[in-house]
Structures are given as C-alpha cells and as structure tokens.
Design a protein around this ligand. Structure first.
Ligand code: FES
Ligand code: FES
Length: 169
C-alpha cells in the first residue's frame, strides 16, 4: 500500500495513482482543511507545502510523491494553531469568508520558510492565490506581522490596511 509523509506521520492510502494529492488528503486522509477551488492550479486554495515549498495539490498526482517527501497541510502548520502567521491572521482579522485562507497561510508559510523577511515585491511574487473576498491587503499585513517587519508608515498603513473596504461575496 502506498504511503505519504503528511504532517510528520506516515499515512497509508489506497488512492488510484493519478488521483490528485488534494483528494487523497481530503477524501482518504480526512484532512479537509485543504480546499478545492478551481482544480487547475489557478486559485491556490489547495496549497500545501512539500519539503517547504508551496505546491498546488489539485494538480499533483499522488503517484509522483514518495514517502520521503514531507507534506505539510494547514492541520500540520502548527500543532496548537499558534504559528506566527496564524497568530497574525487572528490579530489582524485577515479572513473574511475564510475559504481561501488555508491556502493563503500555506503559501505565506512557504514564503517565510524561504525568505524570513520578504519585501513587498517578494510577497507579491509569492502570493498569487486568489481571494474572492479581496483580503489581499490584510494578507500582506499578516505576513509582515508574522515576519516581524515594521510597516514603514505604521499608523497610516496598518490602519489603512484594516479599513480597506471588502467586496461583497
Ligand atoms: S484548487 Fe488547486 S489551484 Fe485552485
Ligand atoms: S476570505 Fe478569501 S475567498 Fe473569502
């Protein structure tokens, strides 16, 4: 029986070889924090980390993964849900409906894993996930808070970030 290393545990599964990792996580392993959005690697809602890199799990056939590759899902980002990004997300009320946010967090975690103090340009380049609710400014603020980056014009920019009007769903 094939197995995966998910959130530090060896997990066996019986999925067909061409099953996307997303569906193995959700349907076979019960890890439903990783969300389905588009299925074609465009939206990022299915983002997980594989060996520290952000990967869109909807287009990764499970057979392409070996048991030695470390897969991290939102459930494994922090055992107690207190990863600096998760704390920043709570502090800044980043999510609106929340559907895209596990993917956002995993993409952000991969970014900080690679670049502990990213510039705005590096954040923009890494965070290509789509949010229907338009939380982009708060996502960027959350990444900066988690990274310990002081916002240049603190009062104005932090307040402005929090006051950006939301699009209705
Ligand atoms: S569901 Fe994978 S990128 Fe949209
Ligand atoms: S919070 Fe991103 S889609 Fe709603």
């Amino acid at each position: 029986m094939p197995s995966l290393n998910v959130n530090g545990q060896t997990r066996d599964h019986q999925a067909e070889a061409d099953t996307p990792l997303l569906w193995v996580l959700r349907e076979h392993l019960g890890l439903t924090g990783t969300k389905y959005g588009c299925g074609v690697a465009q939206c990022g809602s299915c983002t997980v980390m594989i060996d520290g890199a952000a990967v869109r799990s909807c287009v990764v056939p499970v057979s392409s993964l070996g048991a030695q590759q470390r897969i991290t899902t939102i459930e494994g980002l922090s055992p107690r849900g207190d990863h600096p990004l998760q704390k920043a997300w709570i502090d800044l009320d980043v999510p609106q409906c929340g559907y895209c946010q596990s993917g956002m967090l995993m993409a952000a975690a991969a970014l900080l894993h690679r670049v502990p103090k990213p510039t705005d340009e590096q954040i923009d380049a890494a965070m290509t996930n789509i949010c229907r609710c338009g939380t982009y400014n708060r996502v960027r603020a959350g990444i900066k808070r988690a990274a310990g980056i002081a916002v240049a014009d603190k009062g104005a920019s932090t307040t402005a970030v929090l006051q950006v009007p939301e699009q209705s769903a």
